[in-house]
Design a protein around this ligand. Structure first.
Ligand code: 3HC
Ligand code: NAI
Length: 694
């Protein structure tokens, strides 16, 4: 008997219990166990029906992603699924937890499916740059109809057991032990002599859709609307459309072909890398895996501005109550008003019900004065970005917070150790750096101070995950990982203007690469006046943005900045800006040159990679993949390019280092000299990824 599949004959009902922690993936051991048991059952006349169920917290969560890209090991999934579907005895899948990807495809090859009401049933392969490759694109449309199927497959979003029952994906709901429920259902099937239903044979829902394809075409187009540069969503829709064209067998062959194309393509490789990078980032380097987090029941957020508001909403969205603290009633009311407006806007778009808005706002209690944080187990500070103010807040918190409370700052750039130094408990202090808009952006940089205790780090990672964020632990330095690399990029985007490039050219190159917004559009959104004032205070000049600000071009809020805005948020290239840049260059005695798009791209990306290499050398990030996670989830780096460090590996580090060295010389910029780690890896023909497997 296989370890991964336990077989038991309960009065003629053969129970196949998959036990392959942590998520019961369809690894080779599971496939082999199922294959052997089903093969044996063929000649065992005592077997009247078969129940497929899983041990642990979930049904099968998909194919084993770790096997992808490696030589296939028999038996293949198709062979095992074929045995299930063609079993002469009824097969019942009893599903709890998740039935995802290959897991749902397996269930679709069983003759009956029962599930718990909160089970997640879905085909999320698209999120890995793939499509369901074990018949899912052909079977799901036959069960739920092609319209529902295309929505589920293109978006990868699951439905729950309740909805599964409504759309016919499951035949019944159960509570409690899946094996007991499966056996009971199988007995009923036998007693009622229910005919064996093979999903592949039922074309009724397809025939109806073939008569009028409008609904299907509309659903496929809608599901594909936001697929920025990704190839998998389109391929998913094409496979589902195939159910309306040919036979089941033809559809399967088409699906197989498309699946292999995606599997071997660069996008899926990058997306699979991102899947594991995201999970790796939750493991805090140098901290024992069994470190227990501190208990967090009460949360306080200080500052109801842009970030404090967004962070509070993230907690409320996860059903966790927070106390939101401000300096005065006026600031508090303004902050709460903004949150309510945000929720109302989501409700107006159909994203949540009015009842949800009330419930979530009900979880946020506004208070004036820091004393309201006395009971909190976790306090997140999001006040103005000024060291003196932060120190003042932390000194006061030190005096009032309960012993063992975790004290976090949302600072973007400031030194966490300096903030911690004003408390008598630096071991409890760390950074939790959320990204704007905090209720939307997934990343939370967890900044480890010199004295931060291991269980405090684990608490922060845990709570970030509880509110649906993706944590990445980083070290303490100016701008941490994300903003430090962004600064390296900003330096180059600014310089490019003095060499002859235009804002719209730079932004177009960056967005074509897949990053949602270019640096100049971003600057306009953030407001150019803040940097201008800070430069004035420090006696620093930057001729082009200074000239823009002197002209009142403060960015989007002024209706003009690097671009002009005609009512909306869409940036429109402005001849006046071209004129202003050209005059500024003349004044400075500079002759603009034609800068190629290739150079722009290299100078937008490689300096970031170079800074990433320095970050690794200094131990500010433990793994190159952590840096990629920061960029994927904090800055909208396109997932199909895996992150800046992964991208550099795919381009080749020698090329990256050579180009940086050339730009350092050509533009007289020593900051572009390749970092020692980059040079070393390039010379050895290695990658950043190779550092992880040391
Ligand atoms: N294969 C291999 N390992 C997997 C896996 C899979 N399908 N799914 C999860 N894991 C691993 C994770 O890497 C992690 O490992 P670690 O502990 O060593 O870091 C561990 O299982 C636990 O995963 P999570 O931390 O994500 O656990 P959660 O409880 O938060 O989430 C989950 C569970 C919802 C199942 C989530 O892991 C998930 O979404 N998994 C991927 C599901 C998926 O995409 N399935 C389709 C696979 S492709 C496929 O089936 C192709 C087929 O069509 C042919
Ligand atoms: P903000 O100016 O919108 O809000 C700050 C709020 O803090 C104000 O409402 C103010 O009244 C309140 N406040 C000030 N002192 C206080 C005190 N002693 N007690 C209680 N409340 C107090 O600022 P924003 O943008 O929300 O930034 C907050 C922090 O988050 C800063 O450290 C910033 O660097 C960081 N951050 C900002 C991001 C952004 O994009 N805005 C992104 C990531 C981090």
């Amino acid at each position: 008997m296989s370890e991964a599949v336990k077989v038991e004959n309960r009065d003629g009902i053969l129970v196949l219990l998959i036990d392959n922690p942590p998520v019961n993936a369809l690894s080779v051991s599971v496939r082999k166990g199922l294959h052997d048991a089903l093969d044996k059952a063929k000649t065992d006349n005592s077997v009247k029906a078969i129940v497929l169920a899983c041990a642990g917290r979930s049904f099968i969560s998909g194919a084993d992603i770790r096997e992808f890209g490696k030589p296939p090991q028999p038996p293949g999934m198709a062979e095992v699924l074929d045995m299930l579907e063609n079993s002469p005895r009824p097969v019942v899948a009893a599903i709890h937890g998740n039935a995802l990807g290959g897991g749902l495809e397996t269930a679709l090859c069983c003759h009956f499916r029962i599930a718990t009401k909160d089970t997640k049933l879905g085909l999320p392969e698209v999120k890995l740059g793939l499509l369901p490759g074990a018949g899912g694109t052909q079977r799901l449309p036959r069960v739920v109809g092609p319209v529902k199927a295309v929505q589920m497959i293109v978006t990868g979003e699951p439905i729950n057991g309740d909805e599964g029952l409504k759309v016919g994906l499951v035949d019944g709901l159960f509570e409690g032990d899946p094996v007991a429920a499966g056996v009971e259902f199988a007995k009923k099937v036998l007693a009622e002599k229910r005919p064996l239903k093979r999903v592949r044979d039922d074309n009724s829902k397809l025939d109806a859709a073939k008569k009028d394809r409008t609904a299907f075409n509309e659903a496929a187009a809608a599901a594909n609307k936001r697929n920025r540069g990704l190839v998998a969503p389109l391929a998913c829709a094409e496979c589902v459309a195939q159910t309306l064209e040919g036979t089941f067998e033809e559809g399967l062959a088409f699906e197989r072909k498309k699946f292999l194309e995606l599997m071997n393509g660069e996008q899926s490789k990058a997306q699979r890398y991102a899947f594991f990078a995201e999970r790796e980032a939750s493991k805090v380097a140098g901290v024992p895996a069994d470190t227990k987090p501190r208990k967090v029941d009460h949360v306080a957020i200080i500052g109801a501005g842009t970030m404090g508001g967004g962070i509070s909403m993230s907690f409320a969205n996860a059903g966790i109550a927070v106390t939101l603290i401000e300096l005065g009633q006026e600031q508090l009311d303004r902050g709460l008003g903004v949150m309510k407006k945000n929720y109302d806007a989501t409700a107006a778009r159909g994203g949540m019900s009015a009842d949800d808005v009330t419930k979530r706002m009900g979880l946020i209690t506004g208070k004036v004065g820091l004393e309201a944080a006395t009971d909190a187990d976790l306090i997140i500070e999001a006040v103005f970005e000024t060291m003196a103010i932060k120190k003042d807040v932390f000194a006061k918190l030190d005096a009032i917070a309960k012993p063992g409370a975790v004290l976090a700052s949302n600072t973007s750039y400031l030194n966490i150790d300096e903030i911690a130094s004003v408390t008598k408990r630096p071991q409890d202090v760390l950074g939790m750096h959320f990204f704007s808009p905090a209720n939307v952006m997934k990343l939370c940089e967890i900044v480890r101070g010199a004295k931060t205790a291991p269980d405090v780090l684990v608490t922060a990672v845990n709570i970030a995950r509880r509110i649906g964020k993706i944590p990445a632990v980083v070290g303490n330095c100016d701008g941490f990982v994300g903003n430090r690399m962004l600064s390296a990029r900003s330096k180059q985007s600014d310089k490019l203007l003095y060499e002859g490039a235009l804002p719209q050219q730079v932004d177009a190159v960056v967005t074509k690469f897949g990053i949602p917004m270019g640096p100049f559009t971003m600057g306009d959104m953030a407001g150019l006046d803040i940097g201008w004032r800070s430069r004035k205070d420090r006696g620093i000049k930057s001729e082009i943005p200074d000239a823009l600000c002197e002209d009142g071009r403060f960015g989007l809020k002024a209706g003009k900045g690097y671009y002009k805005y005609e009512g909306g948020r869409a940036p429109i290239p402005d001849p006046e800006v071209e004129d202003l840049i050209s005059k500024t260059l003349q004044k400075m005695g500079k002759t603009p040159r034609k800068v190629s798009d290739e150079e722009i791209l290299e100078r937008m990306v490689y300096p970031m990679v170079n800074e990433g290499a320095r970050i690794l050398e200094e131990g500010i990030a433990a793994r190159a993949s952590d840096i990629d996670v920061v960029w994927l989830y904090g800055y909208g780096w396109p997932i199909y390019r895996g992150g800046p460090m992964y991208y550099a590996d795919t381009v080749g580090l020698k090329h990256v280092a050579d180009r940086l060295a050339a730009y350092a010389k050509e533009t007289n910029d020593p900051s572009l000299e390749p970092a020692p780690l980059l040079k070393k890896l390039a010379a050895e023909g290695k990658t950043f990824a190779s550092l992880a497997s040391k």
